[in-house]
Design a protein. Structure first.
Length: 107
């Protein structure tokens, strides 16, 4: 279970969340943060930047060693092809370059 965005500390005497009953929302514990250097880092060592258009790709041009682009979910397959092609030209890494691409059978 994850915390909701608008979380607040439970302070009630009989609060089942504060008393950590099973099946209830979890509270964060001390030390739940990650180290600052590795926070928001992918397993590959890159950090993510959401890409919605070609202008966003230009931001990665100077930071392509530390940041990797991730194409937004609502981008169509046609626009995705353009973004993937542009990323290859700029030597920018994409985390979901293969998304929404139809495979053509060679029959």
């Amino acid at each position: 279970m994850f915390l909701q965005r608008s979380w607040r500390k439970q302070r009630g005497v009989d609060s089942c969340v504060r008393r950590r009953f099973r099946g209830k929302v979890r509270e964060p514990k001390i030390g739940s943060k990650q180290d600052k250097k590795t926070r928001h880092m992918l397993r590959s060592g890159f950090r993510k930047l959401l890409i919605r258009n070609e202008k966003d790709m230009e931001l990665l041009l100077m930071n392509n060693r530390t940041y990797a682009g991730e194409i937004a979910q609502g981008i169509s397959a046609k626009n995705r092809k353009v973004l993937v092609q542009r990323a290859k030209e700029l030597n920018v890494r994409l985390t979901n370059a293969q998304g929404k691409l139809k495979k053509v059978s060679a029959e």
